[in-house]
Design a protein around this ligand. Structure first.
Ligand code: ZN
Length: 105
């Protein structure tokens, strides 16, 4: 995929950039340094920020599948981290919390 800067028409290159502390793919102009993001990448981050502003939390309910307990990945997390079926998630256990890590990040 190729992209040209909307300001100066120069070539843009793929970079990783911080957007509200999340690292996402972006395009950076090789000439004027303009940075643009894909709508689909920033949308879930903006949604998440709005959730935080409204003091809301991401809550998921524990279900059961046979003898196993299962949890659903909140939609917003699925979009934010592009989590797909079959993806391996790593659990870090702390005395009072579980940290779920995306292995490919
Ligand atoms: Zn430019």
């Amino acid at each position: 995929m190729k992209m040209n800067c909307w300001k100066c028409k120069a070539d843009m290159k793929r970079i990783k950039d911080k957007f509200h502390n999340f690292t996402i793919d972006a395009w950076k102009c090789t000439n004027c340094k303009e940075i643009i993001y894909d709508e689909k990448d920033i949308q879930p981050i903006l949604q998440y920020n709005k959730l935080k502003e409204n003091k809301k939390e991401l809550i998921t309910t524990v279900g059961a599948l046979g003898k196993s307990k299962i949890i659903r990945i909140p939609k917003i997390a699925e979009q934010l981290f592009e989590i797909h079926k079959g993806e391996k998630l790593k659990f870090d256990l702390k005395p009072d919390e579980i940290i779920i890590r995306i292995k490919n990040k």
